[in-house]
Design a binder for this molecule. Structure first.
Ligand code: M6R
Length: 609
């Protein structure tokens, strides 16, 4: 949700800002801009559109070199996408970029209007710029001005600020939105995401909630409200620039689909010790898990869909009741939390505002909170009582694929661990399960890639559809919900996922001649029941694609098209089926000419509620 990046040092800041923004584009891409310190002035350039549009403008205008600049790529909240609403926002004193939302901007704007301030944009961010300006004029000290402004602002923010009369200095502060500090050979950096800085350095510091950073070409400091300094905690990353590049794939999404076998293994294998799941390295003791009498899984979007698989796996293997909640609803549903409640918050980015708010609510009410998080050092990871990191590496495509895969992987491990602790599976059964997971799942996903040509043909039959249904039972329903979201978000085809047996309670009225239906059956357990539901659809004219496990009995007799999953092993079919659905969504979106990695209206990390 908006990407921000700043640099000050001995090199030209402009190409660095453009490069950083290009990497950050997945966080928001409706408008873009930068502000640079130039001879005691701040020069700003911004426009509607993407980073390439800014790059063109910079060239056309022969934008001069500068040693200090900040940049922003936007996902619109207050005020539509336009040149005027693009960041940075400037006053007579400063320029500011903002990621987040200022909730009380209306009252603040009214007060400022009364004082005669003239606003040019419709954004909440411009209001913040003026609040800080007024404080700066009164206090003449940037750090005091920023801290006292924060007392007036409510909401979430990460700001980077240039003051006209403080050349070569960037001030930044965060509350609820991430900021990462970095040092390189040529100066200091600050960005909303580590990936933006990987081309320049491998040494980072996650700015803590509420902290203020002062970055100059010689130093990167964290300054407390009383003016004293806090020692930054520097960390080296082994993440490479290639991890944030396409490496020959036409889209990040396809690259990330192909990274799934490795990501799965990296997430699961280090947590299997002596053949059994072991979370001691994650700070999750067996005693803590044993206490869980009830589990809430709370997340948004695909992460919540991974949670639906988690519910199925935990209830099936460990027999502990699990409730899956949409994070934005959680706090308002009066959840029944006590000290025996384990709350699992699932988030690729670790920054999703609704999930973070739900986590805080759970903690306040006494739950033991555990994150399943991909981004190291992110807000949820830092605030949860414990975190199981998923090791997918940076996920750039807005539509998650490998991020979802490793979340399901984490749930497989958690379910196996809980069943060992609860004794619902014997130690030997858990050992077998763990070795099967490591051996079979990556192989199953890998072998699904060999169905890609078949999937391209399937996509040709689907891409002109206006509506489409996914059906399945049990875990296949959970998979269908995610398959449907993948298709919707990148191809813009309307689709719905239904529990296969539920369709006849109303929605079947939408099935007419030629309506495409994707049915999923990954195991024998519910196969016959699903087949009956397929027949209900085909007899009303539906055109059915049946994604089924390899040994399924005569699926050709029930569906128009059959995609048999590779024959690998139990528990491996679900992620093979998901890979097939990801590839279907991808190929359909390719045929429709969609912007696959940056679908309209979306952003990768949703840091507003
Ligand atoms: O970063 P998170 O996992 O918390 O994000 C949650 C959702 O916003 C995310 O999964 C979203 O649904 C994806 N774009 C789906 O592909």
């Amino acid at each position: 949700m908006c990407g921000i990046v700043g640099f000050t040092g001995s090199a030209n800041a402009v190409p660095k800002i453009v490069k950083g923004l290009k990497v950050l584009e997945y966080r928001g891409y409706d408008s873009v801009g930068l502000a640079a310190q130039l001879n005691g002035e701040i020069k700003t350039l911004k426009c509607k559109g993407r980073v390439d549009a800014l790059r063109d403008k910079l060239e056309q205008e022969h934008f001069p070199a500068t040693d200090c600049a900040i940049g922003h790529t936007r996902w619109a909240t207050h005020g539509g996408p336009s040149d005027i609403n693009a960041h940075p926002h400037s006053t007579d004193t400063l320029a500011l970029v903002h990621n987040g939302i200022i909730e009380n901007y209306r009252e603040l704007k009214a007060q400022l209007l009364e004082k005669g301030v003239k606003f040019v944009s419709e954004t909440d961010s411009e209001v913040a710029a003026w609040v800080i300006t007024e404080e700066y004029k009164a206090q003449k000290d940037p750090i005091k001005a920023i801290y006292s402004s924060l007392k007036k602002l409510s909401g979430s923010y990460a700001f980077e600020i240039l003051f006209k009369d403080r050349p070569g200095e960037i001030f930044a502060v965060r509350q609820g939105s991430p900021l990462i500090l970095a040092t390189g050979v040529d100066g200091g950096y600050i960005a909303s995401d580590m990936t933006a800085l990987l081309p320049f350095t491998d040494t980072f510091c996650f700015l803590r909630e509420g902290a203020l950073a002062h970055v100059t070409k010689d130093s990167v400091q964290i300054v407390k409200e009383d003016g004293t300094l806090e020692e930054p905690v520097w960390q080296k990353t082994d993440m490479t620039v290639e991890a944030a590049e396409k490496c020959g794939y036409p889209h990040f999404m396809l690259k990330e689909i192909h990274e799934q076998p490795n990501a799965f293994l990296k997430t699961v294998s280090p947590r299997i010790k002596n053949g059994l799941p072991d979370f001691s390295g994650d700070g999750v003791s067996d005693d803590l898990l044993r206490r869980a009498k009830k589990i809430y899984i709370v997340a948004c979007g695909s992460a919540m869909h991974a949670g639906l698989c988690g519910k199925y796996l935990i209830e099936h293997w460990a027999k502990i009741p699990v409730t899956v909640e949409i994070a934005s609803e959680f706090r308002y549903n009066d959840p029944l939390i006590d000290s025996d409640t384990l709350m699992i918050i699932v988030s690729q980015s670790g920054e999703t505002a609704d999930s973070l708010a739900a986590l805080r609510y759970g903690k306040e009410h006494g739950a033991f909170t555990m994150g399943i998080i991909n981004v190291v050092g992110s807000s949820i990871a830092r605030e949860a009582d414990a975190t199981l990191y998923t090791y997918a590496g940076p996920e750039i495509a807005v539509a998650t694929t490998k991020g979802y895969c490793v979340q399901v992987a984490a749930f497989m491990l958690i379910a196996a661990k809980l069943s060992a602790l609860c004794g619902t599976l014997s130690e030997n059964e858990v050992r077998t399960l763990c070795s099967e997971l490591c051996r079979d799942v990556p192989k199953a996903i890998e072998e699904t890639f060999s169905l890609h040509d078949e999937i391209k043909e399937i996509a040709k039959k689907l891409y002109q559809s206006e509506n489409l249904f996914y059906i399945g039972r049990g875990i296949d329903y959970a998979l269908g919900v995610e398959g449907s979201l993948k298709l919707k978000e990148i191809s813009y085809i309307h689709s719905e996922a239904y529990a296969a047996g539920e369709l006849k309670h109303g929605t079947i009225s939408l099935i007419t001649e030629g309506t495409p239906v994707i049915a999923v059956a990954t195991s024998a357990r519910l196969y016959d029941k699903t087949v009956s539901n397929i027949r209900e659809c085909s007899s009303r004219g539906a055109n059915v694609l049946f994604i089924c496990y390899n040994d399924a009995h005569q699926p050709e007799n029930v569906a128009d098209t059959v995609l048999r999953l590779p024959k690998v092993g139990r528990h491996a079919e679900m992620l093979a089926a998901m890979t097939a659905m990801q590839l279907i969504a991808y190929e359909v979106a390719v045929l429709r000419g969609c912007d696959i990695d940056r679908p309209r209206n979306l952003a990768k990390s949703v840091t507003v509620e």
